[in-house]
Design a protein around this ligand. Structure first.
Ligand code: SAM
Length: 287
């Protein structure tokens, strides 16, 4: 895994990969319905707070635009300057003086930042970039950096062990009837499709994206499904920047046990698409 981690970090640090990530229509970016949930809860979390401060785990432009659009003091932390740079270029609010960019590992944030500094920490599928032990450490750091009653608001990947597995055809049919979108098509295939046993290890949480993409493309080649809106290009883009990403996802119960050490689960928000069941937005409050 260590080698894989080094490869991942190296990959994040290439301009080409970063530029592909920044194609927001064709990556794991939050979509408007999800951004609207983030907005609602962010506004609740900062209500009646004097000069609220927000920390964002990652360079996700949609979250940074959201916070900066509300004129909030926004700290955005990402390990890769190339990603920060590419993501900043696609922001609506770039160059806003209210943003402080921190180019570091999230696991070092408490070395640079004071405890009890933030009213809100946000992230969009951030935790799963880390291995199990690191995930626990990060949750402890978020806890430390949050003020009393502070919120941690984040879309998180979870695995649902009792969810029925689907064939490629069933997932394709959900896509055709718009129960899922292009991203849901591929992620549902990964965790709930026929090749899950070879792609996902529920014990370690490790998901092998390289294998998943190659199986998925074999299915596309063989079954030639009709795709909409340049969705094939979106798959290809996601694959080019995502194939080496470390992705560690735990069964819901285990993940929530980790969260509950530091946070109370206020609610878990979902959108209309089927993939939101296992990519929901957790609204957490510091214990
Ligand atoms: C937060 S997720 C972003 C996924 C999100 N849905 C998006 O596309 O906006 C991936 C980001 O996390 C960053 N990252 C991964 N591991 C990190 C770590 N340990 N510390 C800081 N940043 C990290 C990567 O550089 C990458 O930009």
């Amino acid at each position: 895994m260590e080698k894989a981690r080094q490869k991942q970090i190296k990959d994040y640090k290439t301009k080409e990969i970063a530029a592909l990530r920044a194609k927001r229509e064709a990556s794991s970016s939050p979509i408007p319905e999800e951004i609207s949930i983030y907005r609602t809860w962010l506004k609740r979390a900062i209500k009646n707070k004097k000069e609220p401060k927000v920390l964002i785990l990652g360079a996700t432009p949609e979250l940074r635009d959201l916070c900066l659009g509300l004129e909030l003091a926004t700290f955005s932390a990402d390990i890769s300057w190339d990603v920060i740079d590419a993501m900043t270029k696609v922001m609506r609010t770039q160059g806003n003086e209210k943003e402080i960019i921190i180019n570091t590992n999230w696991l070092d944030l408490d070395k640079y930042l004071k405890a009890n500094l933030f009213d809100v920490v946000m992230g969009d599928i951030s935790i799963s970039n880390l291995r199990a032990e690191e995930q626990k450490r990060l949750l402890g750091i978020i806890y430390k950096l949050l003020r009393k009653n502070g919120y941690f608001i984040s879309r998180c990947d979870i695995f649902l062990p009792n969810k029925k597995r689907k064939s490629f055809e069933e997932i394709y049919s959900d896509y055709l009837s718009r129960k899922t979108n292009w991203l849901g098509f591929i992620v549902e295939y990964c965790w709930y499709g026929p090749k899950r046993g070879e792609i996902y290890n529920a014990k370690s949480g490790f998901t092998d994206f390289k294998k998943m993409f190659s199986y998925f493309f074999c299915e596309l080649k063989e079954k030639k499904p009709k795709l909409r809106d340049n969705d094939l290009e979106k798959f290809e883009n996601l694959i080019s920047h995502g194939k080496n990403v470390i992705h560690v996802v735990f069964p819901k119960e285990i993940f929530e046990k980790m969260l509950k050490k530091y946070f109370r689960i206020v609610t878990i928000e979902k959108i209309k698409y089927t993939f939101s069941e296992f990519h929901p937005i957790y609204i957490l409050k510091k214990k």
